[in-house]
Design a protein. Structure first.
Length: 150
């Protein structure tokens, strides 16, 4: 959607999978999860990749270049931080497509990608893939995607 007019600018078509995408879409396409599988489609609807993990995330955020996805497990989510359920702290797991494994950012709830090497959380900036956390002076709420090249 255009931030100025509200007009539709792009639509993912042709996807055989119906799922809710992450809140902040990527220029590369959209990541969405159904149960424990995350699907990545480009803006024409073509399936680029799919990845299965042990537990399904609350949402998936595709990085700006489309090479990684952040799988988000909010605080108290049934599968957060080891799958124990209720009252568990937040966790973000990041998958780099084409590379085995994932980076688990325990006790960190990212909300969106800043660029392909940085995630924003309400109270921190998280470097990827190192997982280094820079705490922000005040916690807040993520409300939108940064424009490119900031």
């Amino acid at each position: 959607m255009s931030p100025t007019t509200g007009d539709r600018q792009a639509t993912v078509v042709g996807s055989k999978v119906r799922c809710l995408g992450g809140f902040w879409q990527s220029p590369a396409g959209v990541a969405c999860s159904v149960d424990n599988t995350t699907f990545v489609n480009d803006w024409s609807g073509k399936l680029i990749t799919q990845v299965s993990v042990a537990f399904g995330p609350a949402q998936a955020q595709l990085s700006p270049a489309g090479r990684s996805a952040a799988l988000e497990f909010p605080s108290g989510y049934p599968y957060a931080y080891g799958g124990g359920g209720g009252g568990q702290p937040a966790e973000t797991d990041v998958i780099n497509f084409g590379q085995p494994g994932l980076v688990a950012l325990e006790r960190q709830e990212s909300c969106l990608w800043i660029d392909d090497g940085s995630l924003l959380a309400p109270d921190a900036v998280i470097a990827y893939p190192s997982g280094a956390v820079t705490t922000l002076p005040a916690a807040g709420t993520c409300v939108g995607r940064f424009p490119g090249n900031l």
